[in-house]
Design a protein around this ligand. Structure first.
Ligand SMILES: Nc1ncnc2c1ncn2[C@@H]1O[C@H](COP(=O)(O)OP(=O)(O)O)[C@@H](O)[C@H]1O
Ligand SMILES: [Mg+2]
Length: 371
């Protein structure tokens, strides 16, 4: 689905149209699930739009779902989808991870004998992060307001917290308190702009002006236990590096390739970390030579330092999750547009109104044009 997936999966074979007949027949046998069309053929399986109507209720509820289906006769990765289902089961109360939906009268139940694997997911109605970045570029933007970038960054950090310390019930929150437990060691292994999708705005400070961003596609995820080997990155450190690279990619609205940069020595003492950390941060902070112009002067330097820290070459130099959450949460909660007043575009570029307009134009109003 995405042009820069790091570990390519076998792509599903192209399928003639009438091959959907088997799938449609399963849905036709149910009066609660309605097949609404193919969303895409991915590396693991196919993604279909489904409408679910709750019958036998005085006021029947209807909601949109997505089914990710792997059919072995079409070359899909049945094992991968089955594994993804097991992982999503453990992440079911995570706010920043796409939710799996249980279906009491599963219309695909009898597809088990055909060797299929499938998952029903909440529909993420507002498109992928990549689609948003492409639209923003087409609209003529060269970057995003810092205050929007901080919010996107916080959603990614919360997805990492979710993977490491998944809540055990729907009332638990994703805050620091749970960091006392041993982390799961779950690594996503496929973090890119096609595997983050936007949900809706919410009445809370983190998602009031920029909609929640959720992580999906756990087909390559795995649990690692690296605590015995100090030199090997833990699951959290690997995910943190991946969201650092993702953020560095976003700073320039890049969608065609992932960020790469030359290793430079970065001084993280401002963050309370080491003053000499090696990180491939030349593209976001500038090279080591004196007088080299700042490549991204309009992007908050503290944000770039945190991103550089996430990408640190030595996993032990990457930030602790608790610090990452504290730094970025504090920016989302406290940093006002006036703080960026001297930047190009001034405080107005950083205002809630500008961010809401970008969200409206490049997320809510323009869902069909790019994928
Ligand atoms: N829950 C969802 N809601 C809406 N679209 C989805 C959802 N899940 C997947 N998609 C769309 O299908 C694409 C492929 O899904 P993904 O789970 O990433 O499968 P693959 O393993 O093929 O990459 C996503 O990039 C997105 O465009
Ligand atoms: Mg994917």
């Amino acid at each position: 689905m995405d042009s820069f997936e790091p570990r390519r999966r076998r792509r599903a074979r192209r399928v003639p149209r009438d091959k959907f007949a088997a799938l449609k027949a399963f849905f036709d046998s149910s009066n609660m699930f309605h097949y609404e069309g193919l969303l895409g053929n991915g590396g693991q399986g196919s993604i279909y739009k489904i409408k679910y109507v709750e019958l036998n209720k005085p006021n029947p509820l209807s909601r949109r779902l997505v089914a990710k289906v792997a059919d072995p006769s079409r070359g899909s990765d049945v094992e991968g989808v089955a594994r993804e289902k097991m992982i999503l089961e453990t992440l079911r109360y995570c706010q920043h991870i796409v939710s799996m939906i249980d279906s009491p009268d599963d219309p695909l139940a009898s597809a088990q004998r055909l060797g299929w694997a499938w998952i029903f997911l909440e529909e993420m109605e507002n498109g992928t992060l990549n689609a948003f970045l492409k639209r923003a570029r087409v609209a003529g933007f060269v970057s995003l307001p810092n205050r929007m970038l901080w919010r996107i960054f916080l959603c990614m950090i919360r997805a990492c917290i979710d993977m490491a310390w998944p809540p055990s019930s729907s009332d638990s929150d994703e805050k620091t308190i749970q960091f006392l437990d041993k982390p799961t060691g779950l690594v996503h292994n496929d973090i890119h702009g096609g595997n983050f999708m936007f949900g809706s705005l919410a009445d809370d400070p983190e998602h009031a002006i920029s909609p929640i961003l959720k992580l999906l596609d756990f087909g390559l995820a795995q649990r690692i236990n690296s605590s015995d080997f100090a030199s090997v990155a833990t699951g959290e450190q690997q995910n943190i590096e991946d969201i650092g690279i993702m953020m560095a990619t976003i700073l320039t609205l890049q969608t065609d390739w992932k960020y790469t940069g030359e290793d430079v020595q970065v001084d993280l003492s401002r963050l309370g970390y080491s003053s000499a950390v090696l990180s491939p941060a030349s593209g976001i902070l500038g090279g080591p030579e004196h007088d080299e112009p700042d490549p991204l002067p309009y992007i908050d330097r503290d944000m770039r330092l945190i991103i550089a820290a996430c990408m640190a070459s030595n996993p032990q130099d990457r930030p602790m999750m608790v610090d990452l959450e504290r730094w970025v949460y504090s920016e989302v909660s406290n940093t006002q547009p006036a703080y960026y007043g001297i930047n190009r575009g001034g405080a107005e570029w950083e205002s809630n109104e500008t961010i809401c307009n970008i969200v409206q134009q490049c997320i809510f109003d323009a869902l069909e044009d790019v994928t």
